[in-house]
Design a protein around this ligand. Sequence first.
Ligand SMILES: [Zn+2]
Length: 328
Amino acid sequence: MEDEKATNAPTKTHKDYYYILGIKPNATSTEIQDAYNDLYEKFGPHIAAHSVDADVQARNFKDICDAYEVLMNPQKRKEYDKNSEVFRQTSDVRALWGKVTKDKKAVVEASKPKVEEVQIQAQALEMEFEVTLKEAMKGARKQIIITDPTPCDRCADKKPLERMQCDGCRGLGYFNVDRTVEIDLPMGMCNGMELRKHGQGRWDLRAGKYGDLIIKIKLKEHPFLKVIGKEIKCILPVTIYEAMLGADVQIPTATGKVSMKIQPLTQQGRMYRLKGLGLAGADMIVIIDVVIPKKLSGEEVKLYKHLQEISQEPNPRQAIYEKLDQIP
Ligand SMILES: [Zn+2]
């Protein structure tokens, strides 16, 4: 097909550059320039980088730049008009970019910095942090990398349009610079906990100060211990002898092994509560799981039979039988 050849041709776009700049398809270069200047003031990197959805804004602004670049170049514009596959939308669409007033004067007024002192809130940086149970109990010191925007010194004092051409920062007006910081996580953390570190986040160009760092705690899975809320649960296998005669056993906790006394005649499923060994001062629950031997020697069978003979244990099903008899 003829169209196949087009793969190497200038990239086709489905974006309507006229729509993006809010101009008519027959706009003159002066109109394009004016439209671009307006949009730069409203959505340029100096604004985009600080908005709540910075990534979206940056992508939007890239569209504005692409549109400007193509439409201002007569050759590129001609090709674009020929190749673009967009359904031309009406040109009265500035609403897309928010309320960009048509009145040029008003736009200029609006883009001027406000004289009144406004405290700009530095944007907070959110991070999720995986911690082990031990770290959650004892606290931890962690190294993290924070990326700060740092103004580009090559174009900081240039006009917006010149800034666009800056090779140093590719028109963004700033660089991202990594910084390694150490943060202290407190003892007694639990899953989903949010910690706010005042002024320990990313540098905010607009506010001229560091934002807060918000750390969301996520607990790593532990092979033996289950965290339910703040309680830690552990299923502890014990032998039949330990369950019957009692024993001192070592149990795993979040911070290491501790000794625990198993009472004589401990039943299957019995729960032991260990004060303060859970998260944030909660308890740890140890659930006993009696392990029945998997094989017996002849000697053991003989001894168990003897035990059975001398046992005074009543039939544990007695109560069931009595109840059954009462059912008509
Ligand atoms: Zn620059």
